[in-house]
Design a protein around this ligand. Structure first.
Ligand SMILES: CC(C)(COP(=O)(O)OP(=O)(O)OC[C@H]1O[C@@H](n2cnc3c(N)ncnc32)[C@H](O)[C@@H]1OP(=O)(O)O)[C@@H](O)C(=O)NCCC(=O)NCCS
Length: 266
């Protein structure tokens, strides 16, 4: 049954993210949908190239007491009308209402991730410092901070001047070129959690512990820059045992699993 008292109100794009609110009288928000550029920094090998043009990440949330009244579907329709012909990607928990919703609306399952969490109070800082201090002849460690808005690759971001922002990159360079990186973004201005992407190491430079190096450097750097950050979340493809082993080595603990669903809109 559709919910007649709900208005869907669009908010203008802000930093590339468009939002729609399901507003219930009197002024109560029952749900929100967002569409934004997909993160181009997800770990992968080789280093991720430009994201397929036009792909958008969908976020959708309906307050529990307002669910199963068609509000999620109305928010999706509003977002979909804005993104005709584009590919949408959504992340949902396995077996959740979100998964049923995606299946109902014709999304296709295209992957899964394992999520891991590192808590700073579990980190042995002297050990971490030693990992960062290990010499890697021929490679140079570099840090960058800033905002990722508009960037479609890490190389592009590193060409911008480093300045305060919500993203931190620790990168290894050889002959001036980027060969490995790990990136973290803080969730919210004073968020206690950061989300990590990578590490990713360019083919031809693997087997030299560069992934461990840049990841250890990133963990250290994030905390130096922002002491409010207490934990780092990251996700890993299930068919990437090397990445999973590296996460365990650094002290990440399994947090859960999520699924990736996609649809190309008509
Ligand atoms: C997923 C979510 C947005 C759905 O919102 P909603 O307003 O309840 O969705 P709708 O009422 O429009 O549901 C449309 C259809 O999705 C399916 N669906 C939604 N919730 C479901 C559930 N709990 N179990 C089974 N099917 C479900 C049904 O087919 C439903 O149609 P029906 O009610 O006629 O059977 C909401 O449950 C939510 O916020 N979940 C947490 C966040 C999340 O998972 N987001 C998904 C990102 S895509």
């Amino acid at each position: 049954m559709s919910e007649r008292r709900i208005d869907i109100v669009a908010e203008p794009d802000h930093l590339g993210v468009a939002r729609w609110y399901a507003v219930a009288s009197p002024g109560l928000v029952a749900g929100v949908a967002g569409l934004g550029p997909i993160e181009p920094f997800e770990c992968g090998s080789p280093l991720p190239a430009a994201v397929p043009p036009g792909t958008l990440e969908l976020s959708l949330h309906v307050e529990p007491s307002w669910r199963r009244r068609g509000i999620g579907s109305r928010l999706l329709a509003a977002a979909g009308a804005h993104a005709a012909g584009r590919r949408l990607v959504a992340e949902v928990a396995a077996g959740s209402a979100g998964e049923s919703f995606c299946v109902r609306h014709g999304f296709r399952r295209t992957g899964a991730w394992g999520h891991d969490l590192l808590t700073y109070c579990d980190v042995h800082h002297a050990w971490l410092g030693e990992l960062v201090d290990v010499e890697h002849p021929g490679y140079r460690l570099r840090h960058w901070t800033g905002d990722v808005y508009g960037a479609t690759s890490v190389e592009q971001m590193l060409r911008r001047p480093s300045r305060p922002g919500d993203a931190v990159v620790s990168a290894a360079e050889a002959d001036g070129g980027l060969v490995a990186y790990a990136l973290a973004r803080r969730e919210g201005p004073r968020g206690r959690r950061a989300r990590q992407y990578g590490p990713a190491v360019r083919a031809g430079h693997r087997g030299r512990r560069l992934g461990l190096w840049v990841n250890a450097a990133l963990i250290k750097r994030v905390r130096e820059i922002d002491p409010h950050v207490e934990e780092i979340e990251t996700r890993t493809a299930p068919d990437d045992p090397a990445q999973q082993a590296l996460r365990r080595h650094l002290g990440f603990h399994p947090l859960g699993r999520s699924l990736r669903y996609e649809i190309t809109l008509p």
